[in-house]
Ligand binder design. Sequence first.
Ligand SMILES: Cc1cc2nc3c(=O)[nH]c(=O)nc-3n(C[C@H](O)[C@H](O)[C@H](O)COP(=O)(O)O)c2cc1C
Length: 365
Amino acid sequence: MSKQEDLYRMNPEVRAENRVADTFAIGDRKIPSRYFLAPLAGYTHLAFRRAIRELGGLGLATTDLVHATQLCGEHRHSMELVETHPEDSPLSVQIFGGSVDQLVAAAVWLENHGYQGIDINMGCPMAKVNGKGGGARLLCDADLACRLVESVVASVTIPVTVKMRLGWDRDSISAPYLARRFEAAGISAITIHGRTRQQGFQGAVDLDGIAATVAAVENIPIIGNGDVRTIDEAEQMHQKTGCTAIAIGRGAMLDPWIFRKISDRRNGQVVREPTGDEQIDFLVRHFELMTEQHAERSCTLFRKFAAWYGARLGIPEDLENRLRRFEGVAEFERIAAEIRERHGERQSTVATALIKVPNGPVERW
Ligand SMILES: Cc1cc2nc3c(=O)[nH]c(=O)nc-3n(C[C@H](O)[C@H](O)[C@H](O)COP(=O)(O)O)c2cc1C
């Protein structure tokens, strides 16, 4: 009997429902699909989440990581990161920090403000996060990580989840051990990026490492993460790891339709690529939703996406340049109309290269 079958056997009611429907539960939250949007700080903001949800097939989305203390202090940037909308659901807010008190306070703040799920970041490799004991640094101190998880779980009634890496480096793979302890401490699900902190974003994702984490827990869902860009890669992640769900980050930037495509494939429907018009509609919708949240400032914020859309849609270079500099909504509308007219003039290139990951020695990130 496979581990996956074994899980179904252990918890017949929940597992039977999970098997027939594509929905499943994280704690007491029903999640409509097993394919999640992984947080990509700077990209997976409210407007992008709403635009991608409208395409269909997305289960849970998570905010960018939010500094626990700044959240409690209601700093402007943190408030923007946690801003949500009735259509932006189900959503978890990801918090980070290295102190139990900070994280507990942030968790309580979130529950008091009506949020439905909390995710604790234990995967971020950046020095400024690790230096203060947060992110992946917690993988090095199992007792602190467990105390922190226990305290956060005890302080709220909403489900608490963790997103982590396999370990600090390949000589200290701690995810399976931690996952077991986190489950005992009351964590409702764990997302596991199949790389170590030392790897950063280099090398292949270790599916065996994710499988070992799946094997280590009794009942909670493990969400596999890393390098899933196609339906086949999602299938492989399920098959090789036995994970219950999958979080997709850069693959969703490359192809925002990936969730709909996976859902169509699973429902036996024809999987189709978006037409050129649908792709331009997505660009327009993304900007509209950004304007809804940020008003005039949306122009400056949206310019950051010019290169990405340029490559994604094969936007002619002169139009891409205008998208980099536009000043107002009317100008955006003129550019979008021209993009529609001239779509197809330039061959689109692969856009993943444009989602910057830090490089150089990970210690200096
Ligand atoms: C630009 C960028 C920003 C990221 N921001 C976060 C973050 O805020 N919180 C987090 O847990 N992971 C973050 N990650 C990691 C991703 O969620 C994910 O674990 C990683 O990219 C591997 O998955 P993927 O190959 O599907 O992108 C980030 C990754 C990138 C490239």
